[in-house]
Design a protein around this ligand. Structure first.
Ligand code: AMP
Length: 288
């Protein structure tokens, strides 16, 4: 990487930089984020650096992907810390204001069917339309060669893969495995909402996913296994379970059982710990 991090706030400035890099023949990677950066985000940046000469990180807390009763107003915002973390790791931070992304009169949305049905799509109406719209805009603004997204938000990754294919957006989408704390909890900007007691209970989410996966691989029926998983989550201190489901790993079709030799399946969960909603997921591969 040459020089220090450039921070830009307008699409015009972003495009000027990207055009310079394109003229130099550089390959460009894009890492969209909502900031409050942690090691999960930095792993995406590192993965981008491995395949690109130039790495752009975007920081935009996108109001369109939050529901009216969600945490948009209190979502952590720490741009100075984020800039410090990106120094020496990324080339450019694109941090537009809401008016730059959605100027007065903005009237267009991207909506994806199928993969957005159920799971987080059920509990967060409009969320994936908001994600699809903003990611489409970011991809068209930066026109990267590669854009990287975490498997942590697995339904989001599937949604992005779908509309990129459907809209013929010329970018490669690279998924990056979930980065976890040593106790298994997936890193998330929302983990800071957890009290000490909730933080201590939180790793059960991943542990129970792993237990369910092992039972499925051993041949237990999905219905019984997932019901037992829900009971275990509640015993571990989780409140309402939004979902715990077995889906196909590519198009997120609901699966009743693991299919031997079929595409890898995915177990996906969302559950509340106090006021905080945590999500996680795990690949489940049938024994040969
Ligand atoms: P966010 O800022 O939460 O919107 O996340 C920005 C990007 O980082 C998304 O592609 C997320 O899937 C990804 N991400 C968030 N947490 C993790 C994690 N623990 N491991 C890998 N990627 C993550």
């Amino acid at each position: 990487m040459s020089g220090s991090l450039i921070v830009v706030r307008t699409i015009a400035d972003l495009r000027t930089r990207v055009a310079e890099w394109r003229r130099a023949g550089d390959r460009i990677g894009l890492v969209p984020t909502m900031g409050a950066l942690h090691d999960g985000h930095l792993t995406l940046v590192h993965a981008a650096r491995e395949v690109c000469q130039r790495v752009i990180v975007t920081l935009f807390v996108n109001p369109r992907q939050f529901g009216p009763n969600e945490d948009f107003a209190r979502y952590p915002r720490s741009e100075a810390d984020d800039v410090a973390k990106l120094e020496g790791r990324a080339d450019l931070l694109f941090a537009p204001g809401v008016d730059e992304m959605y100027p007065p009169g903005f009237a267009t949305g991207v909506s994806v069917a199928g993969v957005t049905d159920g799971l987080c799509g059920a509990g967060r109406p409009g969320h994936f339309d908001g994600v699809a719209t903003v990611v489409t805009k970011l991809l068209l603004q930066a026109q990267p060669d590669v854009a990287l997204f975490g498997e942590k938000d697995y339904q989001q990754l599937c949604t992005i893969r779908r509309f990129v294919r459907d809209l013929d957006i010329p970018v490669a989408i690279q998924g990056v495995p979930t980065v976890r704390e040593v106790d298994g909890l997936a890193l998330s900007s929302r983990n800071r909402y957890l009290s000490a007691a909730e933080r201590a209970a939180a790793p059960a989410l991943y542990r129970i996913l792993g237990e369910c996966a092992a039972r499925l691989v051993a041949g237990d029926p999905a219905g019984q296994t997932l019901a037992a998983g829900g009971v275990a989550l509640q015993a571990a201190g989780f409140g309402p379970i939004d979902y715990l489901e077995l889906r196909s790993g590519d198009d997120l079709r609901i699966l009743d059982a693991l299919v031997e030799g079929g595409p890898p399946a995915r177990l996906l969960v969302a559950a509340r710990l106090g006021k905080t909603r945590l999500i996680d997921n795990l690949a489940v591969i049938a024994a040969a």
